[in-house]
Design a protein around this ligand. Structure first.
Ligand code: UDP
Ligand code: MG
Length: 317
């Protein structure tokens, strides 16, 4: 079998309710739009340690359809690692990633591919009508993630969080060479791409099951983004430190002057000092926290543990 033109990558973590409809819609789209031999396709699922029947269902699909493979992880490593696991075996010219919960309609893939054919390296989906479908609890953190990512990575995209994205082969190869453990794929890809585009895509409610991202996973993701793509937080620390030092000095001069002008007024001074002290202590904790975050990450990199362990790859020979 010659190399496919299009590879579709889907991470799966406990998605048994969504797999049948997903596969139905995806395969219909592929039959319709990628039927010719020179535009062949493959689908790579990663089973990210699912505890439900997802793996069996995927294996059944792979047993029936030779163009489907399943990378089985030995446990749960997270969405981005799952995508990397699939990246390590994809063979296509254009690689499209997609969520399994049908929030990204598979029918939008031809649109992304068409945009890629105009010569772009990366094409991202830009979710339309998101506010109506997702709760504020889920969209507000994403808005913050988007804004901070725009600032720290310097690439102006409207939607970083959308995982319906297309990448050129070279970009995926470059990402595979990155040894760092925590990488947010859309931002990483952009750091290797020259021509980046966005196309508006539909966005639906999660078809079944719950979001696998709790608040804690989102906070983690934000720290990943902040520390893996820029040194800005560290630089901000120094700037804030200098500002506080100047402020403290001015305040000190002010207090000395106050003492000379009003020798009798002492009582409130204690409270002012407390206020100032708390402020400084707070700043220090933030600073330590940030330093700790970087050091923790360095420690993780130094240990150089594998990002994931593939147990088996299920594919027809
Ligand atoms: N996912 C995964 N491993 C995880 C968490 C999620 O492979 O640890 C997959 C999940 O099955 C889905 C995609 O990543 O296909 C996006 O997850 P989800 O829909 O929960 O995220 P959200 O849409 O809330 O951002
Ligand atoms: Mg989802």
């Amino acid at each position: 079998m010659s190399n496919p033109y299009l590879s579709i990558v889907i991470p799966i973590f406990n998605e048994e309710e969504n797999i049948p409809v997903l596969w139905e819609r995806l395969s219909r789209m592929l039959q319709e739009s990628f039927a010719t031999p020179e535009r062949g396709w493959e689908v790579v699922f990663t089973d990210d340690g699912s505890r439900d029947r997802s793996l069996e269902m995927l294996k059944a699909i792979a047993a029936e359809e030779p163009r489907v493979s399943v990378v089985e992880f030995n446990r749960n490593y997270g969405q981005h690692s799952a995508i990397f696991g699939a990246f390590s075996i994809v063979a296509g010219e254009i690689i499209v990633t997609l969520d399994a919960d049908l929030q990204n309609p598979p029918e939008e893939i031809p649109k992304l591919v068409a945009k890629m054919e105009e010569g772009f390296d990366v094409v991202g989906g830009w979710r339309q009508g998101r506010m109506d479908n997702d709760s504020l609890f889920r969209t507000l953190p994403s808005k913050i993630v988007n804004a901070v990512t725009r600032k720290t990575t310097g690439v102006k995209l409207n939607d970083y969080g959308c995982m319906l994205r297309a990448y050129r082969r070279e970009i995926v190869d470059a990402m595979l060479q990155c040894k760092e453990r925590s990488s947010f794929i859309p931002a990483l890809a952009n750091s290797f791409a020259k021509r980046i585009a966005e196309v508006p895509v539909g966005h639906a409610e999660r078809a079944a099951g719950e979001s696998k991202y709790g608040l804690w996973k989102l906070i983690n993701l934000q720290f990943d983004l902040l520390t893996s793509f820029s040194l800005l937080p560290l630089q901000m620390l120094s700037v804030i430190g200098v500002l506080i030092a100047i402020l403290g000095f001015v305040l000190f001069l002010g207090l000395v002057a106050y003492r000379f002008l009003h020798p009798e007024g002492t009582a409130q001074g204690v409270f002012t000092l407390f206020a100032i002290l708390f402020f400084f202590v707070g700043c220090q904790f933030v600073a330590f926290g940030l330093l700790g975050e970087y050091i923790g990450r360095i420690y993780q990199e130094v240990r150089d543990r594998p990002r994931f362990v593939v147990k088996r790859i299920h594919k027809q020979l």
